[in-house]
Design a protein around this ligand. Structure first.
Ligand code: IPM
Ligand code: MN
Length: 358
């Protein structure tokens, strides 16, 4: 059998992004060597620094080579000297939309040895996945101003929900729920009592698609109630599917119960195209270069990347390394409290991977 080769476009980005992606790449290289596939990494210098010196966020000259890659591995975007919104829209959302990464995939798993603020809840209670629609809803950018800056000003921000966009997201969630093969329960998170157009479409589509998956239990919860249950009974969830805005909000809540931003990772997935993987935390500019930030989220983003491109064994090795390091080695997942530097945590994961016989 010949081994596969994957080209990975790396966007380290701003602040502590480069530090954590370096550890992620280190771990990915170790896993590739172990599992007999090849990864080539090409670094793209995008982010706040690049914007301040060139005035560009995501030029075509960079988009073109990225389009040749098999996946994108992102660090963090966000710079204290750049007005909020410019880099988020210009780089992160632009990449999501350009490559039609219509799924935002967010596993929420509390690992052993990681602190959760939920009293009396442990790893057996917190293990679910949020499938967030990633290209439509309020993020589509539809709307506008009328009489801006006057007392008669009108600002409209519309939520766009297309049948195609909603259906492909819901189908992905059902398929994933089946593949995950745990509680086999898919919960639609909406707000059908108030948002009677958009979530009506979501609910109808959900119920229609559900007929094709008789082995999957379905459930519905309003978004406000989901926030409540996620804190009170997180063990009720297996897979949750929701729109872009609600997904954005509930996954930050979910990140906190899984141990915080040092742990949370996600994928922006186009199942038929080029997907992008990232730690959820920001660029944390004040910690830049200090080697105190936790690289586990970036390392786990690498795990989700391998899972998505079909290197399941490699993904499993990364997860085992992460589990070991969180349980036995680092004291606390928070920046500066790990008892190790960023780079040492990467080394610990690599050491565990190298110690495995496969
Ligand atoms: C996320 C982030 C982004 C979003 C921001 C940075 C635009 O919060 O990935 O959840 O809102 O989607
Ligand atoms: Mn968010």
């Amino acid at each position: 059998m010949t081994s596969s080769t994957y080209q990975i476009a790396v966007i380290p980005g701003d602040g502590t992004g480069p530090e954590v992606t370096e550890e992620g790449v280190k771990v990915l290289k170790a896993v590739a060597a172990k599992c007999d596939f090849e990864l080539t990494f090409t670094i793209y210098d995008l982010g706040g620094e690049n914007y301040l010196s060139t005035g560009e966020t995501l030029p075509d000259t960079v988009l073109e080579p990225i389009a040749q890659a098999d996946a994108i591995y992102l660090g963090a975007i966000g710079h204290p000297d750049v007005k909020p919104g410019i880099l988020e829209k210009g780089i992160l959302l632009n990449l999501r939309f350009h490559f039609d990464q219509y799924i935002n995939f967010r596993p929420i798993k509390l690992y052993e040895g990681v602190y959760t603020p939920l009293k009396d809840k442990g790893p057996e209670d917190i293990d679910f996945v949020v499938v967030r629609e990633n290209t439509e809803g309020l993020y589509a950018g539809a709307g506008g101003f009328l009489k801006r800056g006057t007392p008669d000003e009108i600002a409209v921000q519309e939520s766009i929900n297309t049948r195609k966009g909603v259906e492909r997201c819901i189908r992905y969630a059902f398929e994933y729920c089946k593949k995950r093969n745990k509680a086999k329960k898919l919960t639609l998170c909406g707000k059908t009592n108030v948002l009677t157009y958009g979530f009506d479409l979501w609910e109808r589509t959900f119920n229609e698609v559900a007929k094709e998956y008789s082995d999957i239990e379905t459930d519905y919860a309003h978004v406000d109630a989901i926030c409540m249950w996620m804190v009170k009974n997180p063990e009720w969830f297996d897979v949750i599917v929701t729109d872009n805005m609600f997904g954005d909000i509930i996954t930050d809540l979910a990140a906190m119960i899984q141990g915080g931003m040092g742990i949370a990772a996600g994928g922006n997935i186009n199942p038929e195209g080029i997907s992008m993987f990232e730690p959820i935390g920001g660029s944390a500019p004040k910690y830049t270069g200090k080697q105190i930030i936790n690289p586990i989220a970036a390392i786990s983003a690498g795990q989700i990347m391998l899972e998505t491109i079909g290197e399941e064994k490699g993904a499993q090795l990364i997860e085992e390394g992460v589990i070991k390091v969180l349980r036995d080695d680092i004291k606390d997942v928070a920046a500066g409290k790990m008892g190790y530097t960023t780079s040492e945590v990467g080394d610990l994961v690599v050491a565990h991977i190298n110690a495995q016989t496969i």
